[in-house]
Design a protein around this ligand. Sequence first.
Ligand SMILES: *Cc1c(COP(=O)(O)O)cnc(C)c1O
Length: 450
Amino acid sequence: MKRQKRFILQENEIPTQWYNIQAEMPHKPQPLLNPQTREPLTAADLAHIFPTACAEQELDTTHPWIDIPEPVLEKYKYYRSTPLVRAYALEEALETPAHIYFKNESVNPLGSHKINSALPQCYYAKMEGTTNVTTETGAGQWGAALSYAAKVFGIEAAVYQVKISMQQKPYRSLMMRTFGAAVTGSPSMSTRAGKDIITQNPTHSGSLGTAISEAIELATTTPNCKYTLGSVLTHVSIHQSIIGLEAEKQMAMTGEYPDTIIACFGGGSNFGGIAFPFMRHIFSGKRHIEFIAAEPDSCPKLTRGEFRYDFGDEAGYTPLLPMYSLGHHFKPANIHAGGLRYHGAGTVVSQLLKDGYMRGVDIPQLESFQAGVIFARTEGIIPAPESSHAIAATIREALRCKETGEEKVILFNLSGHGLIDMTAYDQYLNGDLQNYSLSDEDIRKNLDED
Ligand SMILES: *Cc1c(COP(=O)(O)O)cnc(C)c1O
């Protein structure tokens, strides 16, 4: 039997607008607050740190569709559409009646979905006359994407990379430097925030929280410099909606419709990217879809965090965000899925979780690698350790279908490849990796500290 495996769009079928879920969700997220006054932030407040267009998108609760600027669309067309793939080999290995599809965001040369937001952020910065951008990066996918996007639009990039990730994944800092960025391990002695963190804890191995503090400090103390963020904030998931909008057209080509949509979860950008364009059909009552965000059990903000106002960074430089959080001083275990080591969830996802439109699942590190290896051996793609969390959640669902005989259609997002994470696979295959589950006490301690 001849079966079609890959579905791709023609250049003229690539969506020309992004989707902004904030305009259509039943309960809008609560406002971001100024930590000093506790007053809601305005776009003008945010524009001190972010490019103005991004600041406006962040707070836009009225426009569901936002035009993708022509130069950004032009750059998208170098690597989009990304393929939607039916994972027949994985289905057969699992002996599941479920139909498994994945959206392959690993096929651009940067290796992850992050480039979808790096391009517009650098484009908007350039249009406003900014000459420099700063950012933080964990495993380095965002840093690599930003470094390239900055070069594309002719601006300079300075990246703070989480120290432990820089040691675990030296190739990503080399990629960033190859694209022309300046890379510093965080916490560093180059900022006030970094010095304070190191003084308190000289062996601090860094977290996204420490790196964000340092990048924001550099942006606010350097003229003509803006800060960019690869996840968590709403404008990032607006840019990432290109994933789900393409997937919607591609699912139509398959003649099927997803019952379940799954993505891994760090701050929510690839989850929001694939999920939000489909979720609008849930709000309108047209469809029923189950949405699952897969987080590491060592950093379980969705399932075990608390909904509260919290800072997005370690030092407390960001606005107060209404979100599910483990507390901004939470120090995640050194798991290899560096992009999932973040204490909070984006404000939109937090509201949607609170309202019951989605759920989180916790995946232990060893289960994620086991899933990654099954996927590699069937589909021939070595997934990023982050993406393996989505695969593990997909396998759980597919095995449940095997028990019940349900022919569910499952769609997951393959957020990136793991070819630069091979030391992690080396350690897994040698039996040197472990799980890090947290006691209620561990979680309570951090929440109470804040
Ligand atoms: C950054 C990253 C993630 C986690 O970030 P989200 O904003 O939650 O998507 C997941 N997968 C890959 C490959 C990443 O680079």
